[in-house]
Write a protein that binds this ligand. Structure first.
Ligand SMILES: [Zn+2]
Length: 299
């Protein structure tokens, strides 16, 4: 889905950068991690199946696209992997798929390029991305630690290492960390509904619906009262999630798995209730909502 929307090469380790505006806030946040991953990792080329011949940095200290821009512009397979450019049957032989015969000035470039390529030895097995100067194999966990250490995370993924929270709920909460939930403000109120249907006092926005709405706050305080915690609501969903995680860090007596689930259960229930009111005209009472959230948490 991501590839369809933003383009990219399925054989590449990294996604394409994109200027498209559709869902940009979400995707832009992901791409912030892209350069971090690129800068902190190196490629180990084996059979050449995952490394892009022109675009990745693999045989010199810069990409072949950057070092030989003229040759790159002549290639008909600019997104090819090393494996696709290597001639499978003839040892270390290459097929560059240029769109025309080379001119004299370009012959010098190709000689330089072949000099670099002569040092390449095709290996067995798939290509790998190595992490932090090749000291570790790249993994999502190592990448996460590094992003967290460098304060580059906007979503506390560790809080959702809980198999009881469904993926669709995690993705939903993640989306409105970037103000991307389709509330009335972002849609220009296409359903002809007068503002927030949970409190009927205010315009509906991500911030309002999930944090500041009277109904939502009543639910929040109901669940917080079980923990005897003072709580000052943060300005954004994202900061609320981080604060939630910090509170857990300080108070080890909290039942941590339940603690992690509370915001997700509240937000999911609030969103379903909001949709029920907007699309079906069906209203549940706040106490029914609380019971529903308890069922989500404890079932
Ligand atoms: Zn409201």
């Amino acid at each position: 889905m991501v590839r369809l929307k933003f383009g990219g090469n399925e054989k590449s380790f990294l996604p394409n950068t994109s200027n498209k505006s559709v869902g940009k806030s979400l995707w832009a946040a992901i791409l912030k991690s892209r350069s971090h991953v690129e800068q902190n990792s190196t490629l180990q080329v084996n059979n050449g199946d995952r490394v892009l011949f022109w675009k990745d940095v693999w045989i010199t200290d810069q990409s072949l696209q950057a070092r030989f821009p003229n040759l790159y512009s002549l290639s008909r397979l600019q997104d090819a992997t090393i494996q696709e450019v290597l001639d499978e049957n003839v040892g270390n032989s290459w097929n560059f798929y240029f769109c025309r015969n080379l001119r004299e000035a370009e012959i010098e470039d190709i000689a330089h390029l072949l000099n670099f390529l002569a040092t390449f030895n095709r290996g067995e097995g798939q290509d790998h991305r190595l992490w932090q100067n090749g000291t570790k194999t790249f993994s999502v966990e190592e990448c996460y630690k590094s992003l967290e250490d460098d304060d580059l995370l906007v979503f506390p993924y560790k809080s959702v290492c809980n198999p009881k929270i469904p993926q669709k709920v995690i993705f939903f909460v993640w989306s409105f960390c970037y103000n991307a939930a389709p509330t009335m403000d972002s849609l220009g109120n296409p359903y002809d509904v007068n503002g927030c249907l949970l409190c009927k006092k205010s315009a509906e926005s991500n911030q309002h619906l999930f944090l500041h709405c009277d109904t939502t706050r009543e639910i929040w305080f109901y669940f917080l009262s079980a923990y005897n915690l003072q709580w000052v609501f943060q300005g954004s969903v994202r900061n609320t999630l981080w604060e939630w995680r910090r509170k857990k860090g300080k108070n080890l007596s909290l039942k941590t798995k339940i603690w992690d689930m509370i915001p997700f259960a509240i937000w999911w229930a609030v969103w379903l209730e909001r949709n029920s009111r907007v699309f079906n005209g069906r209203y549940n009472s706040t106490s029914n909502l609380k019971d529903g959230i308890k069922t989500l948490i404890y079932s």
